[in-house]
Design a binder for this molecule. Structure first.
Ligand code: SAM
Length: 470
């Protein structure tokens, strides 16, 4: 019997035709598209296709500046901080690009309860409050019960004044029933990267295993939403196929979710292919240059203005510090892509005993170094998790973001969580820079009552109160 889950909403012919018909962009068209983008109304496929063809420096810098303004208009100076936590790298899939591929020769490991607690304590000691839980796909070695138990354990651990308050989960495409169980475990966003929207490439790089099934994978968010999960996190692994095709595929996916479930993706991640065990990047002809990568990020911000746009430590510190200005609103910091890597790092073991990493990271700064750098550039690092704890998810979050009231809720919450970070985890240098940022940003709160309330709450935090939010 044919599955009811087919990804017919990804229309390759239409993508190819749109790209072919919009390979040129006149100055008038460019101006009109930019004017629309500045209103944060989003862009359609045709407009996105035109922007993807921009090559000249003048237009590129206008594009970056517009993406910066749209991000700041919606999300202000806030940058959400999180870390990935890998709890198992067992995997039955054979994926050409991935260090977890079943034939990669990597050391396999799954955290036991004690190891999991140590990992979480190490992350909490760095100040983290939000995690992205990562596992390979292997129901025999890492079933859903193990994942659900791990979520429970993670939420229960309190260490150094901190706790993990939101766990986003990145597990393989699964059934509505299993998504219901994840939803009941109070996960934040359900994350699943599409890798590539191009069917032929998808089939080629996912050689065998359940992930080989394009339709099952591409309709995962449909099942997650049917199960009641409202926040889903999309992403493309850039470098597998033509980036222009991928961006339009992402647009079609977002449009499908919006039309069918009333809400598009909550976040979009932009991982770029990196070296991994058994992966030779020279054999991937579609790798993006830094310029193309920046363009993609800025266009996604303008096309889907309300999404949380996530940039990981796959990129270098220098590039991240630059790209953050082109529309990014969430970043990981201090990440380790191996299983058990955080505790090894804290215990001073520089060479992990096992080679369990999925791919290499390039930004190896500690969270405190990343936060220092963000403060120097005037950003507010945010550990806020209030929206999801207050039920502001899915279309309710989008309504808040679109109303502009997000400034009166998220800004104070970001400042309060950042104040916690400064009190509990920051180095002296970061504390000094951070306090400056907080003072500047509080002064900018227009509503008198809100400004006074925030000042009171910040003082309470300095006096020892924790986990205050609106
Ligand atoms: N369920 C996921 C899995 O098994 O792939 C969980 C872990 S993983 C962090 C998430 C993503 O890492 C994958 O979806 C893929 O996009 C990305 N990834 C895999 N290999 C990579 C590589 N060599 N370079 C960069 N990113 C990679």
């Amino acid at each position: 019997m044919a599955s009811k889950y087919t990804a017919e909403f990804i229309n390759e012919e239409l993508i190819k035709q749109t790209l072919a018909e919009n390979a040129q962009i006149t100055q008038d068209e460019f101006n009109a598209i930019m004017a629309k983008a500045e209103t944060a109304a989003g862009l359609n496929m045709l407009e996105v296709a035109k922007l993807l063809n921009i090559e000249d420096d003048e237009r590129l810098s206008q594009l970056y500046a517009a993406a910066h303004r749209v991000k700041e208009r919606i999300y202000g100076k806030r940058i959400v901080i999180f870390a990935p936590l890998y709890i198992s790298n067992y995997c039955v899939n054979k994926c050409q690009y991935c260090g977890y591929s079943c034939d990669s020769g990597i050391d396999r490991k799954k955290l036991n309860n004690e190891e999991l607690i140590n990992e979480v304590k190490s992350l909490e000691a760095m100040g983290h409050k939000r995690l992205a839980l990562e596992v390979g796909e292997d129901l025999a070695n890492c079933d859903l019960d193990y994942i659900l138990e791990s979520i429970k354990t993670i939420y229960s651990i309190k260490f150094k004044n901190g706790s993990i308050r939101r766990i986003n989960v990145n597990i393989a495409a699964t059934t509505v029933d299993r998504y219901k169980q994840l939803h009941a475990a109070e996960i934040g966003t359900y994350i699943l990267f599409q890798e590539t929207y191009h069917r032929e490439t998808y089939a080629k790089v996912h050689v065998k295993g359940p992930k080989h099934d394009y339709d099952w994978h591409t309709t995962a968010f449909d099942r997650a939403m049917e199960a009641g999960i409202e926040d889903v996190g999309a992403g493309v692994l850039f470098g597998l196929y033509d980036y222009k095709f991928e961006v339009l595929g992402l647009m079609q996916h977002a449009e499908h979710l919006e039309q069918k479930y009333g809400c598009g993706p909550h976040t979009v991640s932009v991982p770029r292919l990196k070296p991994a065990l058994g992966v030779d990047l020279a054999t991937y002809p579609y790798m993006l240059s830094d310029e193309q990568f920046k363009k993609v990020i800025a266009i996604i911000r303008l096309a889907l203005p309300y999404v949380g746009l996530i940039l990981s430590t796959r990129e270098s510190a220098k590039l991240r510090d630059e790209i953050i200005k082109y529309g990014v609103s969430q970043i990981s910091a201090g990440s380790c892509t191996g299983v058990g890597g955080y505790s090894e790092h804290v215990s001073g073991e520089n060479t992990p005993k096992l080679n369990t990493a999925q791919f290499s990271v390039e930004d190896e700064r500690s969270p405190d170094e990343v936060i220092y750098s963000l403060c120097k550039s005037g950003y507010i690092p945010s550990y806020c998790t209030a929206c999801y704890r207050q039920g502001r998810v899915g279309d309710r979050f989008m309504a808040l973001a679109k109303s502009g009231d997000i400034q009166n809720v998220c800004q104070p919450n970001a400042l309060m969580t950042f104040q916690e970070y400064l009190c509990d985890y920051a180095s002296e240098a970061t504390k000094a820079e951070g306090e400056k940022v907080i003072a500047e940003q509080v002064a900018l709160i227009k509503n008198d009552n809100m400004r006074k309330l925030v000042l009171v709450q910040l003082e309470k935090i300095r006096q020892g109160k924790r986990d205050l939010y609106l």
